[in-house]
Ligand binder design. Structure first.
Ligand code: NAD
Length: 297
């Protein structure tokens, strides 16, 4: 019987534990605060930012909402980041991507104080992860690690195959899987757009993580019986419904389910975990900045 991994339920449990951490920090007058900065040409970004703010408010994290005109000069964004870096009442900063073309996103990432960098994209935080002493873990791969732990999937000694090598999912996922730490110790293969014969790699896997952004790239014929399948993909495909589209993952759920021992659905798998891990990092950032210990989930 294939287990359908319920990301909503696991995320809810984590949010409950984080609520206690937030209350404990607040009782010391250190309620966590996340600042979001929106300067994005993608219309969906506004929705993402408001979802993140609602998530925070639901568990007692305060939010600051900064919006910058799309045609404002880069200096406006950098000055905003500098002000938030210097503001002791702000523990965490998130600049929603993408930013307009006239702004160098790398410069944006490097400008954020690494201690407030709850996306964990600053080179210092990336470097710490690669070196094996992460401060913050990027939200999506961290969420997957927590999801596997909650599902009692052992990673140690297992063959993990990640499909995708992006900065935000594939690469940090690989770094987490190879850590000599709980949730790591997996023998890890990273596949990408130039990989020859993808199916021969995924068929060798105990755990497959699909993060290519290609609708239903991985189907049951590419899996071996008993594989744990984690689907990161969120892809819009045309559909004959009111909205005119539906969301599908990178995995062909129906055929993969026939082979998998456990599988995440889309939606309701990795997505809610990514959102919960932003809250986790915001709580952790506050704890690190205030030297108040909290018991993180
Ligand atoms: P990306 O476009 O930055 O990277 C995709 C990666 O997949 C690249 O490294 C590329 O080499 C690889 N790839 C592309 N086609 C491939 C193929 N045919 N075979 C093997 N590898 C291939 O994407 P991303 O930002 O990592 O996102 C990947 C997917 O995950 C997208 O659908 C995105 O919407 C989704 N996503 C979901 C969450 C979540 O919380 N659920 C978070 C981030 C991204």
């Amino acid at each position: 019987m294939t287990e359908i991994i319920d990301g909503n339920a696991v995320a809810e449990g984590i949010r409950e534990e984080l609520t206690s951490c937030v209350e404990s920090l607040a009782s010391d007058d250190e309620r966590p605060t996340l600042a979001t900065v929106l300067m994005s040409p993608d219309p969906a970004s506004e929705t993402y930012v408001s979802m993140k703010q609602n998530d925070c408010e639901e568990i007692g994290i305060e939010t600051r909402d900064v919006e910058i005109d799309l045609d404002a000069p880069a200096s406006d964004l950098f000055e905003t980041i500098d002000d938030l870096n210097a503001d002791d009442d702000v523990n965490a900063i998130l600049v929603q991507s993408p930013v307009p073309d006239h702004i160098d996103y790398r410069e944006v990432l490097e400008r954020i104080d690494p201690l407030k960098d709850v996306d964990a994209f600053h080179p210092e935080n990336v470097g710490r992860l690669v070196a094996g002493y992460p401060r913050y873990k990027p939200c999506t791969p961290h969420g997957i690690q927590q999801l596997l732990a909650a599902t009692d999937v052992e990673t140690e000694g297992k063959d993990a195959v990640i499909v995708g090598r992006s900065r935000i999912v594939g690469k940090p996922m690989a770094n987490l899987f190879i850590q000599k730490a709980p949730g790591g110790n997996a023998t890890t293969t990273v596949c990408h757009s130039r990989t020859d014969d993808l199916a021969s790699k995924t068929r060798e896997a105990d755990i497959v993580v699909g993060a290519a952004g290609v609708p239903e790239l991985i189907d049951g014929s590419m899996l071996t019986e008993g594989t744990v399948v984690i689907d990161v993909g969120i892809n819009r495909v045309d559909a004959d419904n009111e909205k005119g589209y539906e969301l599908v993952g990178d995995v062909d759920f129906e055929s993969a389910k026939e082979k998998a021992s456990a599988i995440t659905p889309v939606p309701g798998g990795v997505g809610p975990m990514t959102r919960a891990m932003l809250l986790y990092n915001t709580v952790k950032a506050t704890s690190l900045q205030t030297d108040i210990d909290v018991e993180l989930p």
